[in-house]
Write a protein that binds this ligand. Sequence first.
Ligand SMILES: *Cc1c(COP(=O)(O)O)cnc(C)c1O
Length: 231
Amino acid sequence: MLKDNFDKVNANIQAACDRAGRNREDVTLIAVSKTKPIQMLQEAYDFGVRVFGENKVQEIVDKYEALPKDISWHMIGHLQRNKVKYIIDKVDMIHSVDSLRLAETIEKEAAKKDLIIKILIEVNVAKEESKFGVMPEKVEELVSHVSQLPHIRICGLMTIAPFVENPEENRIYFNRLRNIAVDIERKKSDNVIMSILSMGMTNDYEVAIEEGSTMVRVGTGLFGARNYNQV
Ligand SMILES: *Cc1c(COP(=O)(O)O)cnc(C)c1O
């Protein structure tokens, strides 16, 4: 059943790539496994899944310890500065950098371990009050500061689009995120590449791919609904 969900999502990704005239290899599916038990991740691992997304530090640490070491872990949730040290050597990418202070903490911890950490800048592209992420008009300034930090590599932008019934309503936001990345890319700063756009979740990943997403973060569509009371 889990395998069927992955097959279905992968087929939808392929179809969206076809519609947009894009290569399937340019879109990474991040299996968002938050709240799901280790056995379920192991099952997905066994049929070939290697890229998982989590939003809690403790959960990354526990799952990292329990599962094979060739998994690529993506931190996609809000990150508190005092917890950076626990995941710095475990994650492949941090998607949720939205302040210089957080970036400076990542820099400090990465330097201690002689690592270069790949990050994305999280953008609150729809300017929702309840959301984390830097405002669109502040992205360039944050990028220019963070790009000075030698143990951080900015690889692109991430957004969590509004919760909507009709995913078409989010097309404008995905398009906007892409335009922000294109504008920054044009300025060609050192230590800044804008090759990754992390956008699209279960409800809207197909629209996001049509608008240029290179990483879709799908949870419910793969693992089923989350029950927060159980964890
Ligand atoms: C939970 C989560 C997702 C996945 O959400 P679904 O709607 O279950 O696909 C994607 N991105 C972030 C940042 C999340 O926290």
